[in-house]
Write a protein of this length. Structure first.
Length: 398
């Protein structure tokens, strides 16, 4: 097997194992924290928010560390630190202890993704980077689905440890992923020029083009919140569709993401095509929002079919946004400071995940159709701004 293909396979398998653990935790953690630890839903929510805020503050500093010492040791260290934090969840017995662990986890959880992205770029090179990132995304979707099954199994079988097992499975998955990552080809040691902390990194916010694309891409990752919060809650609260519709939509999204992420990403191979893909993502998200407006007025099988159409728009937006975001985050970053730039780029997604659930539940849902249409207009407008923000012009169609 060619070295780059071998490395891509290792990244993919490690991502699969990581995602099985994460999927297990996401599917079973609420039961563990409420029934075993005895926390309330509001206490869990506070912990999730605090962890996200700590992660927001910690991401860029970790990017600087990776810039100095290299992405490989930082990535391995973060995986092992995450394993330790999730293992510590098994010892939590009170809200203060839970809050302490989530703060520690916040320091190492969110920063891992951009460091992994930098390591992929360093190990596999520019030519295969997009393919590698797409494979990682596809295998992670498979892992999440498998993890849900693992959570169901360990939760109902006391011999397997019950609810506490969901956090231990996740901890073990990070250790295994780290062990696999040690088999990756070793990138060249950082050069003196690379580790010299160039002046531009100190004034990164002055790079208006990169900042603009961080905001644009972050807003367009709203598809994550629409899938996890927006469409499920809207279907449950505003329509008479059966609750089975919600897992059906998750299933459709997962299958399509697994099958199509790699071929879609292969078509996004230039800065121009990446900017165009974000513009398309905005339009597709707008179409999803318009479809959501119609859902309360349609019931039965036609209503379920319309909900599937909404998730098809959303999934297509996810595919092109992911591919475009990966490409632009690398193309617009200077190679000498890429780890820091990628860490900054990831903040757009983190902020979106903090803000958009509140926007949907406190603004869009109460406003009904008008709220959904306004959200769609904003998403389409933000997407349309991508080519100009990236500093490229859309080529006229032939």
């Amino acid at each position: 097997m060619a070295p780059r293909n071998r490395d891509i396979t290792i990244f993919g398998v490690a991502a699969l194992i990581d995602a099985v653990g994460t999927g297990t935790f996401l599917a079973g953690s609420a039961l563990y924290f409420t029934r075993t630890v005895g926390l309330s839903s509001s206490q869990i929510g506070v912990g999730v928010t605090v962890s996200a805020l700590v992660g927001l503050a910690a991401t860029v500093p970790w990017g600087h560390v990776a810039h100095r010492v290299g992405a490989r040791p930082v990535y391995l260290g973060l995986l092992l630190a995450r394993a330790a934090c999730f293992a510590a969840y098994a010892l939590v017995g009170s809200f203060p202890a839970y809050l302490f662990v989530v703060c520690l986890l916040g320091l190492v959880d969110k920063p891992t993704a951009p460091i992994q992205q930098e390591l992929v770029g360093v190990v596999v090179g520019d030519a295969d980077r997009q393919r590698a990132l797409a494979w990682i995304r596809s295998t992670r979707n498979v892992g999440f689905a498998l993890g849900s099954g693992v959570a169901a199994l360990v939760s109902v079988a006391p011999v397997l440890g019950g609810y506490r097992s969901v956090v231990l499975v996740n901890a073990v998955s990070f250790v295994v992923a780290a062990a696999l990552a040690t088999r990756l080809s070793r990138p060249e040691a950082p050069s003196a020029a690379r580790t010299a902390a160039p002046r531009k990194l100190a004034g990164l916010l002055e790079d208006r083009r990169y900042l603009a694309m961080t905001v644009v891409n972050g807003v367009l990752t709203t598809h994550m919140t629409l899938l996890s919060v927006g469409l499920p809650l809207w279907i449950i609260s505003a329509t008479d569709l059966p609750e089975l519709t919600v897992p059906l939509l998750f299933g459709v999204n997962t299958v399509l993401a697994v099958l199509l992420q790699v071929p879609v990403s292969a078509r996004v191979d230039t800065t121009l095509s990446a900017a165009r893909s974000l513009a398309v993502a905005g339009a597709l998200l707008a179409a999803c929002c318009v479809t959501a407006v119609l859902l309360p007025s349609v019931s039965g099988v036609p209503g379920i079919a319309l909900a599937v159409v909404a998730v098809l728009f959303l999934t297509a937006a996810e595919l092109v946004q992911s591919a475009g975001g990966w490409k632009l985050s690398f193309d617009l970053a200077p190679e000498h400071g890429r780890a820091v730039y990628l860490a900054r780029f990831s903040l757009g997604t983190t902020v979106q995940m903090l803000v958009m659930p509140l926007v949907l539940t406190a603004v869009v849902f109460p406003a009904g159709a008008l709220g959904w249409l306004a959200l769609g207009a904003v998403l389409a407008g933000v997407g349309a701004a991508a080519p100009r923000g990236a500093g490229v012009a859309l080529a006229p169609a032939r």
